[in-house]
Design a protein around this ligand. Sequence first.
Ligand code: ASP
Length: 328
Amino acid sequence: MKRILLIGTGGTIASEETGDGLAPGISASGLLSRVGGIERGVRVESLELLALDSTNITPDHWLMISGCVKENYDRYDGFVITHGTDTLAYTAAALSYLAKGSPKPIVLTGAQRPIGFDSTDSKENLRDAILCASSDMPGVSIVFDHKIILGTRAKKTRSKSFSAFESINYPELGAIRDGAVVRFIRQECGRTPEFSDFLNTRVALLKLIPGIGRDVLDFLFERNDAVVIESFGVGGLPEAGGFFESIREWKDRGRVAVLTTQVENEGSDLGVYHVGNRLKRELGVLEAYDMTTEAVIAKLMWILAKTGVASQIERMFYMPVAMDMFPR
Ligand code: ASP
């Protein structure tokens, strides 16, 4: 008998019409009673942890969710977390670091349409997630629209369609076909998970637009330990406007700068153009390569809670965790 813990956190899947827009109102046990069709040999118990639209989820909630998995880890064979889709990719990335190397499945799912609607993806997604959590699929993943996506590689790429998530720069782990888990890749795991209980949330993200100046960057550096810059194409910074000087000054004061790209697929390659090359060579800016922005943010919060030493931050950042980046 496989024992699965369903942890409810809210989201569309658990939402009801309030007369003032959808809001979470159905508990985890309510979801379970509506889903039906759970395989024989699988026992699901439920726990209501949060009831939030995922727009309201913060890193403190990521810690609550991983704390809940940690507390219950020995009593269950797998975990399903129902969650709003809007920030699901962030939570999946965060759990990949907070419960690093989990040999048991930790599966996140949600829906684009509430479970009580006539047309809904909730029931299928939840059933599939339970199936995946009772299988031999280690680590953190998102199950959605019959796809199984690695937690560090997921991105919400559609705001309305049922096929809301894609796996970025990495193949899907598997699929749910005809009520069975078909595994394409088996990801590595440890014998036991390495849980972390802290995050440093002094991490910010700046999306560049043409003509932007250094003042925004200075504002963010003043208030944070790390700033992630979503640049254009394979990566670089405008040569006018004082960006290079800004980064040099803040790096000297111990801040971390990471360059990534606004382009969803194929990642950064800072060395290619003059606008990027110097950043890496002279200024020691870190580069996200094929990582998703969601994973970069969560990884930095996780690393910066462990160390403030530049050389260690760099070493940990480039060390792949749950295949969040290809080894270099
Ligand atoms: N706003 C909702 C949420 O993220 C959307 C969803 O769940 O699909 O909680």
